[in-house]
Every structure is written in structure tokens, then in C-alpha cells.
Design a protein around this ligand. Structure first.
Ligand SMILES: Cc1ncc(COP(=O)(O)O)c(C=O)c1O
Length: 316
């Protein structure tokens, strides 16, 4: 055995996090000189081995479950997920050797279905009409019926979800901006990214303004994000932590995704485009008040899983 070469499982775990922080230039030209005092920086979360920000939460949840012995020896992990967390669990299950069962609405993108099948996860499809909440109800029912077969990881209630971001995402942002971050903007799905990163950034500097972003209506195309007023509210979500919230229109996110691809050579997922649009809104506010700002946002994934969506073809 060559001792300097590591096994796949631990290599994957080590590669999660420490993603690049990218300066998004040329987004604020319309603000003239005031825009020059403002930077928008995006965490390139597609650099994680599973291709999304959800590798962070999934690896923390899996590490905790392995440590407590609630998965392994044939006992599998079960959760409800609209895609990225499922891909992360499926990758880790295949690499570390535990079965993964996922409940999800059958209308998730064909690309996501292909990733999950390729990683060998078992999928339980739920009705698209019931959205991600239908998948949550199904997972709850399955774990209640067979508690010895499944560990229900419940990313919406699992404290390891936000703790992953408290321990890693926030520390990385602080280090990568040399402590100069003034604003943090992130979309809300389970809310783990926003909660964990905000908690730690506020400890490091209570003056950092933390703004959540969510879809502006129950019916929206912002995959991965939740309209909290009409959804089952995640247990880990505490709205009082946010300094403000930005409601995002799906068409604005689509348009931003096209603009980032066509004018910046950056193909990001829809929630990442929504995050950039929200960061631009914050920049406009700060420029209007004549303030300097270092605005950091999270780009949860790249465009590859959304390429079959039609909005890419529209002209602006
Ligand atoms: C593409 C995408 N964006 C954003 C999020 C939201 O992240 P969080 O669950 O940490 O709120 C998710 C979560 O699944 C996602 O898949």
C-alpha cells in the first residue's frame, strides 16, 4: 500500500469547502462613480466535488451520523431533497459505503435525475403538485414506518446543516475578504447557508449587514429556494437573524443568468443568478447612500443542471 495516497472517501470530504471567492466586475457600470466604491464577490460553490453548496451541509450531517453510529452497517440515510443535497448525499453514500434513499418531486430537472441515478441512490418520487413539502411529508412517513431501516437526516431540522456554514463558509468569507466584508446576501432554501454564515459573521463583526433572499411568490422558478410565507418553514430558520429580506422575481433571475453567461462568461444556476441580482440591489442602495461596500454572496451551483431550461434561449 502506498501510504501517501489517500482513499477516495476522505479525499472527497477534504475537497469540500475552501471554494474560490470571485470578484464580479462590470455589474455596476450603471451606477457611475458611486459604483466604483462597491465590490460584489461571489463564492463559487460549484467547485465542491458534488457541484454545489449542499456538499457542506451534507458532509456535516453524514459525519455526525457516522460518528453517532446511526448510519452504516446496512442502515441507510433518508431525506427529502429537491436535488443538490440529494446529489451530495448520493456521492458520499457511494464513496463511504452507506445506502441513500431520497424523496423528491418527480419534476426535478432531468439532469438531476441522471446524477442521482449515476451515483446509485434510491429515489422515491412524489407529486410535483405537492412541491418540496410533499417530499418532506413522504420522508417523514417512511422513517416513521421503518425506523430501523432509515436514519431520517432531515436537513430542514438538522442543526449540522447551519453549523457547517458557521464553521466553514463564514470563516472562509472572513479570511478571503481580509475582514472587509460589509454585506452578506444569500438565498433561503433550508436556510442553512444563511443561518450558519450569518451567525458567525455577526460574531466576527456585528456591523456586517446580512440579507436573506427568497422567491417573491409561491409559484416560482427559483429551484432550491423557498417562499417562506407559504412553505413548511424549516425548523432551523430564524427570520430574526436577518437585517432585511429581498423578494426575488423569477424573470429577473433568468435575465441575470443570461447576462452572466453572455457578457461575463459565467454560467451559473438559477439561485446563483438570483443571488447576484439581489447583491446588485444592495449595491444600488449603498451607492444611493454614498457608501462603500464589500458585498459577498453565495453562488450555490453552476448552470449545468439547468441547461435543458428554455429561458437560456430568450433574447433581452
Ligand atoms: C441550487 C440551490 N440554491 C440554494 C439553495 C439553498 O441553500 P440552503 O438550503 O442552505 O438554504 C439550495 C438548497 O438546496 C440549492 O439547491
Amino acid at each position: 500500500m502506498i501510504t501517501t495516497v489517500k482513499p477516495l472517501g476522505s479525499t472527497l470530504m477534504e475537497r469540500i469547502g475552501n471554494t474560490p471567492l470571485i470578484r464580479l466586475e462590470g455589474l455596476l457600470a450603471h451606477l457611475g462613480e458611486a459604483g466604483q466604491e462597491i465590490q460584489i464577490l461571489g463564492k463559487a460553490e460549484w467547485a465542491n466535488p458534488g457541484g454545489s453548496v449542499k456538499d457542506r451541509a451534507a458532509s456535516a450531517i453524514v459525519s455526525d451520523a457516522l460518528k453517532r453510529g446511526v448510519i452504516g452497517n446496512g442502515k441507510g440515510l433518508l431525506d427529502a431533497t429537491s436535488g443538490n443535497t440529494g446529489i451530495a448525499y448520493a456521492m458520499l453514500g457511494a464513496a463511504l459505503g452507506f445506502p441513500v434513499t431520497l424523496c423528491m418531486p418527480s419534476n426535478v430537472s432531468p439532469e438531476r435525475k441522471k446524477y442521482l441515478a449515476a451515483y446509485g441512490a434510491e429515489i422515491v418520487w412524489t407529486s410535483p403538485a405537492d412541491g418540496s413539502d410533499g417530499a418532506i411529508r413522504k420522508a417523514r412517513a417512511m422513517s416513521a414506518a421503518e425506523p430501523d431501516r432509515y436514519y431520517y437526516a432531515d436537513q430542514y431540522s438538522n442543526e449540522e446543516n447551519w453549523r457547517a456554514h458557521y464553521r466553514t463558509t463564514a470563516e472562509e468569507i472572513w479570511r478571503q475578504t481580509e475582514g472587509q466584508v460589509t454585506h452578506f446576501v444569500a438565498g433561503l432554501g433550508t436556510s442553512g447557508t444563511f443561518m450558519g454564515t450569518t451567525r458567525r459573521l455577526k460574531e466576527l463583526n456585528p456591523a456586517v449587514q446580512c440579507l436573506s433572499m427568497q422567491p417573491d411568490s409561491a409559484f416560482n422558478g427559483l429551484e432550491g429556494l423557498k417562499h417562506m410565507a407559504t412553505a413548511i418553514v424549516p425548523k432551523i430558520y430564524d427570520p430574526s437573524l436577518a437585517d432585511g429580506n429581498i423578494d426575488m422575481d423569477t424573470e429577473v433571475a433568468y435575465k441575470t443568468a443570461r447576462m452572466l453567461g453572455r457578457r461575463h462568461g459565467l454560467l451559473v444556476g438559477i439561485s446563483a443568478a438570483a443571488a447576484v441580482a439581489a447583491a446588485v440591489e444592495v449595491a444600488e442602495r449603498e451607492a444611493g447612500a454614498g457608501r462603500e461596500a464589500v458585498i459577498v454572496t453565495i453562488l450555490p451551483d453552476a448552470a449545468e443542471k439547468y441547461m435543458s431550461d428554455r429561458f437560456w434561449q430568450e433574447q433581452d
